[in-house]
Design a protein around this ligand. Structure first.
Ligand SMILES: N[C@@H](CCC(=O)N[C@@H](CS)C(=O)NCC(=O)O)C(=O)O
Length: 213
């Protein structure tokens, strides 16, 4: 079978989740590193976002769609369960993270550091911190029982969240808020030891150099 090509950036959380799927399943893939606005992205994603996938004749955009495709056509551990209840729970957490939690933690909180270029945007940071804490508390409660978002299985729901938790630790309020959660902090530490997480770690740098995300 042809080798999948993931086009995106090692610094991008959504690119990382797709790479983690490949690592977890033992898929031999290639990362084509590119910047936001690259023509390779616009050729596949109508809004030019990353990641996109090329695999033989298949071209896909949207990380969840790419993950579903890779999970179904490649062997290895199933990351999107087929059992209806577990599949729905996985969708539930992916949807909440992608529509709400990513916006709060990354696009608003972390970007207040990234976009500023120089000094962090303190007004935005202070305004968003109650929502950051509230959403981390929701996740803390969710993983308290089993150490996973979906039953006691490691699924794409966990993969989709872990890169976000790693990024918010780069900025002080995010690191402190996560450390105070208890269950979620332990969940992060435990899953961060997975080889798929280590193999996809973004290049080091302060939050202001974390672009693109
Ligand atoms: N819903 C998309 C979101 C992708 C996304 O927002 N990617 C970021 C990088 S992590 C991006 O391309 N940002 C640039 C932009 O929004 O224009 C997915 O799941 O793939």
């Amino acid at each position: 079978m042809a080798k999948p090509e993931i086009i995106g950036s090692a610094r991008s959380t959504y690119t990382r989740v797709v790479r983690m799927v490949c690592e977890e399943k033992g898929i031999d893939y290639e990362l084509t590193e590119c910047a936001l606005g690259a023509p390779e992205l616009a050729a596949i994603h109508p809004l030019g976002k990353m990641p996109v996938l090329r695999h033989g004749d298949v071209k896909l955009f949207e990380s969840k769609a790419i993950a579903t495709y890779l999970d179904r056509i490649f062997p290895g551990p199933q990351l999107l369960p087929s059992d209806p209840r577990l599949a729905a729970l996985t969708e539930q957490w992916v949807s909440l993270v992608n529509t709400v939690i990513d916006r709060t933690l990354i696009r608003t909180y972390l970007f207040a550091y990234i976009k500023a270029g120089g000094a962090p945007d303190r007004e935005t940071i202070e305004a968003v911190m109650p929502a950051v804490r509230e959403q981390l508390a929701i996740l803390d409660h969710a993983v308290a029982g089993t150490g996973h978002l979906v039953d006691d299985r490691f699924t794409f729901a966990d993969i989709n969240l872990l890169p976000i938790l790693e990024r918010i630790r780069l900025a002080p309020e995010g690191a402190e808020a996560l450390a105070r959660t208890g269950h979620l902090a332990a969940y992060f530490d435990r899953h961060a030891a997975r080889p798929s997480f280590a193999a996809t770690m973004p290049p080091a740098g302060p939050p202001g150099r974390a672009r693109p995300n």
